[in-house]
Design a protein. Structure first.
Length: 132
């Protein structure tokens, strides 16, 4: 489910009009319409939190596109899956908030990629030692 679909479904579940929701979070009805059409997303963490509070949903629900990120990995332990989803949600909040300079976003992504490559290398080394 997309961000816009989640906003629309949650708003309707609360029996709110777009105008009602807009008034609650302090934006125009047009902004709510654009959210629901997946044209834009909130520009900062505060707006995400206000929207989640108004819709009585967890902010992480709004930040993730899929209800379950690791659909094909049923063998992942629930704690591991939740930990991964928490990291993804926190990075999404950092990026969507607009407070993190572009060079810092790049540095964060580079650090994540380096961690991934190091982990893959360790796994390959471990596998090669067990097959020898």
């Amino acid at each position: 489910m997309t961000f816009g679909e989640k906003v629309r479904a949650s708003r309707k579940k609360m029996s709110l009009t777009q105008e009602d929701l807009a008034d609650i979070i302090g934006v125009s009805r047009r902004i709510i319409s654009l959210y629901e059409a997946d044209k834009i997303r909130p520009g900062n963490q505060h707006r995400y939190l206000s929207l989640a509070e108004a819709l009585h949903v967890n902010v992480n629900y709004l930040l993730t596109e899929d209800d379950q990120i690791f659909e094909g990995s049923s063998d992942l332990e629930l704690d591991t899956r939740r930990g991964c989803e928490t990291v993804i949600n926190q990075v999404s909040v950092l990026f969507s908030g607009g407070n993190l300079p572009e060079e810092d976003m790049d540095a964060l992504m580079k650090a994540i990629q380096e961690s991934y490559i190091e982990a893959k290398t360790r796994i390959k080394l471990k596998e090669s030692k067990t097959t020898d």
